[in-house]
Design a protein around this ligand. Sequence first.
Ligand code: IMP
Length: 432
Amino acid sequence: MASSLVIVGTQWGDEGKGKVVDILAGFADVVVRFQGGSNAGHTLVVDGQDLVTHLVPSGVMHPGKRCAIGPAVVVDPELLLAEIAGLQKRGLLAEPGSLVISPRAHAVMPYHKELDAAREATRGPMRIGTTLRGIGPCLEDKAARSGIRVCDLLDSEALAERIGARLPEVNAVLAHHGREPLSESGLLLGLRDQAERLAPFVGDVCALVRSALDRGRGVLFEGAQGAMLDVDHGTYPFVTAASTVAGAALSGLGIGPGRDVGVLGIVKAYSTRVGEGPMPTELTDERGLHMQQTGGEFGATTGRPRRCGWIDLTALRYATAACGCTSICVTKLDVLRGLRPLRLAVGYTLDGQPHDGIPADAGVYGRVDPVYEELDGWDEDLSEVREKDALPQGARRYLDFVENYLDLPVDIISVGPMRSETIVIRNPLRRG
Ligand code: IMP
C-alpha cells in the first residue's frame, strides 16, 4: 500500500493540482514542494474564500501538517515572506515547524527577474511567454555554480562575497539590454533583512521527508507546472527551465528510486496552455472561449488568459508515461457541460500522414493536426454529484474513454472548485 504520493501535472500546468493536494493533505503528514518556484500559482477555495499560494505547499490549510520546500525549488525570498505573512494573518502556519525551507534551495534574486524580462523582450518570435518570475535565470545561475542559496542568505559575509562576484557580470548583461544596473549595497541591505525573517523556517527538508517515509508516514510530493513543460520531456524550448515530471520529486529530495511511492497524474478534462508553444488541440472559436470563461482560465500568477482546447489524449499518454503515473485525477469535468459534441484527440497527422507520438521538434509539433474521436457530452450540472455512478451517462462515457485510452484508473474526479465538489472513487494514498 503506497502511503506516499507524487502529485504531478500531466499537461501544461494549471490542471488543478492545488485543490487535490489540499484534499489529500488530510491523509498525509508532510506536504513537500519539490521543484519550480513562484511561477506556480495554486488556487485553493476553502470556506468560499480563494487562497492563492505560489511557494508555500498546498497542505497549508491543514493545521498540524508539516509543509516543506525542497532543495530543488527556487525561492523568491521577498515573495515567500509576503506569502507567509498573509497566511499567518489568517491563523495559518502558526505552529513552530509547520513550514520548513531547505538551506540548499536557490534564491531568486531581483536581478533574475530583471534578466527574465530583458531576455523575453529580445526573443522576438522565440518568446517563451515566461511568468517573468526569474525562474529561468535563477536556474541558469544554479547550473553555472554562481547561484545564491538560502544558506548563503543566512551568512552575511558569504552573501556579500557571492553577490560581489556575481553582480558585475549581471549589470553588464542588464546594460546590454539597456536596463539600469543594480546597486550592490541596496541589494545586500534588502537580502539581509529578508534572511533574518527567513532564518526560523530553515531546516533539513530531505531528512524530514526521509524520516517520514522510513516511519511509513504519508508524504505528498507536490508538483508544479506540468509534464509538457518539462525541460527534457516537454515542448522545448517552450518549457520551464526545470524538470517537472514525477521523478524530479525523488531526485529533488535526495530519495532513492526503490521507495514505494504512487504517482497521481492530474488531468484537466480539457487542455490549457499559458505562454507560447505548440498546442495541437487549441480552439480559437467560441468553444475555446466557453472553456476559458466557464473554467476561469486566467493565470493565478500572471492573470494572463489561458489558451484552451480539447483534451489531447496523445499528449497525455506521453506525459503519464514520462511520469510513471499509477492513477489519475480528472479535474474541471463540470466545465464541459453543454459543449456538445465533445472531442478528444486520439492521434496526430503530419502533412496528411499518421504521425506516432510527440515530435521532439516544437516547430514540427506545431504543424501536426489532431485526429479526433467524438462523444455526445451532457447538459446536466455536475456540481452536486458525489458518486461516479450518479454522473450523467455522457460524463461517465467521457471518463471511461479517458481511462481506457490512458490505461490508468481514475481515482478522483473534480466537479467544481470547492473541496466538497469532488468524487473520490479510491483514495490514491491508500491504494492496496
Ligand atoms: P517560466 O517557468 O516562468 O520560465 O515560464 C516558462 C513557461 O512555462 C511559460 O510558457 C509559462 O507560461 C509556463 N509556466 C510556468 N509556470 C507555470 C504554471 O505554474 N502554470 C502554467 N504555466 C506555467
